[in-house]
Design a protein around this ligand. Structure first.
Ligand code: ADP
Ligand code: MG
Length: 250
């Protein structure tokens, strides 16, 4: 298993946002997490990516304990994520944003950067190359020199994916990657997510668009009030009465 979550619980005061959730993602799979608003999907991502510490439970990545590691340490292990609301640096160029995605591979210190040491210059080249590769992969290299905040919404969604891809991650967490994009654009994004998997990335995605989830996922976890109420293949999940009751039927 690439990632194993064991009895993850996240409490905000009296609210159990994630309640004793266990699951595992084998390398190479596309796993989807679905559930109504407030079910705890983003919170689970926030725990896995190290933004929040779990209240209890443990996380293993490539068999090693990552529970409680800070976000940058988890990113360095090879876990990248996108956010539900785009978190681009709107005033920087598309290329600069993608270069920031590559950061986990750089070791330059502030002193290196100020002195423009050979290491800094080499890392800048590597980072520019990785960023262009990621932008090409996402189909937006033509926008590299535009200001990120000025490109269309759908291209911003692609950029969020490019930033994650630039990190050359093993696992990518995508939080509602197609929220707010049109039906045709959704198909193009589905193809992009499929291409990420084909390129060797393991994917965990939160999404409300069921046609996308059912078409892409190898396995689906259903959360409801923080609890996992079902897990299985798209066929199993779409036939599960508890899931239809809690989510699909509404
Ligand atoms: P989802 O992504 O499934 O819509 P969330 O994980 O965002 O749900 O939220 C789950 C629950 O946790 C919600 O009730 C939400 O209000 C609460 N929650 C999320 N983040 C915080 C936070 N930082 N502080 C307090 N409550 C939070
Ligand atoms: Mg959410």
């Amino acid at each position: 298993m690439l990632l194993q979550a064991r009895a993850i619980t996240k409490r905000f005061g009296g609210l159990l946002a994630v309640d004793d959730v266990s699951s595992a993602i084998p390398a190479g799979q596309i796993k989807a997490i679905i559930g109504p608003n407030g079910a705890g999907k983003s919170t689970l991502f926030n725990v896995v990516s190290g933004l929040y510490a779990a209240t209890s439970g443990s996380l293993l990545f490539e068999g090693e304990e990552i529970t409680g590691l800070p976000m940058h340490a988890i990113a360095r292990r090879g876990i990248a994520r996108t956010f539900q609301t785009t978190s681009l640096f709107a005033h920087l160029t598309v290329l600069d944003n993608a270069m920031l995605g590559y950061r986990r591979h750089t070791a330059s210190t502030l002193v290196d950067a100020l002195l423009r040491t050979p290491r800094t210059r080499r890392e800048e080249r590597e980072s520019r190359d990785a960023a262009h590769d990621a932008l090409r992969f996402a189909g937006i290299d033509g926008l590299a020199h535009r200001i990120a905040g000025s490109i269309p919404q759908e291209a911003q969604k692609r950029l969020a994916i490019a930033i994650a891809v630039a990190a050359k991650p093993k696992l990518v967490l995508l939080d509602e990657p197609v929220a707010g994009v049109t039906a045709e654009e959704t198909d193009a994004h589905a193809a992009l997510i499929r291409a990420m998997a084909d390129a060797g990335m393991t994917i965990c995605l939160v999404e409300h668009k069921m046609n996308l989830v059912m078409g892409l996922a190898d396995s689906i976890v259903v959360l409801h009030h923080g609890k996992k109420i079902a897990e299985g293949t798209p066929a199993q999940i779409s036939a599960d009465p508890a899931v239809i009751d809690a989510y699909l039927g509404v």
